[in-house]
Structure formats: structure tokens, C-alpha cells
Design a protein around this ligand. Sequence first.
Ligand SMILES: [Zn+2]
Ligand SMILES: [Zn+2]
Length: 112
Amino acid sequence: MTTFIVDEHHVFHSCPANLTPHVITIHRRIVDTVHTGRCLAPFSIEQADRIVTADCRRYAPFDDQCRNCRHVINVRTVTSEFRGWEGPENTRPDNIPADNTPTQCPASRDAE
Ligand SMILES: [Zn+2]
Ligand SMILES: [Zn+2]
């Protein structure tokens, strides 16, 4: 198994299409990679005039892969940023401040 430890940064905004703060992009950064070991069930394939072996992850769907070939993603931390209103000024709702200062996302504050 290869485990990727990632940090995520979620960027939210409000816009005319959806007044409720919503995610517009997620930045992911791999901070560590942990390899468990070699493939436990390699495939043998005939290629031209010789037999070659390949890790099962190259051919098998996830559920059929050996435990060393499966990739797992562990999210270590999630940070968020609220960009405020991003739309024409004449469509800004009264309850969204005009300064658009990046701040903690109201959606993530509700989740705590
Ligand atoms: Zn939007
Ligand atoms: Zn394998």
C-alpha cells in the first residue's frame, strides 16, 4: 500500500449562482508518501518474445489489487478561506460585507 498524506486548502465564495458559501477550488499538497513494499501478486505478460512481470495495480481494478499496490489518501489537515462575494456589485445581497476581506469560511465555521 502506498499512503499519501495530504493537506487540503478549500477556497469558498458566494456568487449570483449560489448565495450560500460554496467550494470553488481545492488545493491539495502531498506532504508525505509511505510505501509498504513490492507487489504481492504480480502479473506475467507475454510481450513480443519475452515474459515480463508487472505490478497488479497496472491491470487490476482497485478491489482486486494486492494490499501493497493499493493507494490510500489520508487527509492530514483541511484549511479554508472565504473570498466573500464574487459577482457584480449590483447583485450583492445585503448580508455579505462589501470589503470582501478573506476570512474563515462561514460554511466551515458552521461545521465545527
Ligand atoms: Zn460560485
Ligand atoms: Zn500488487
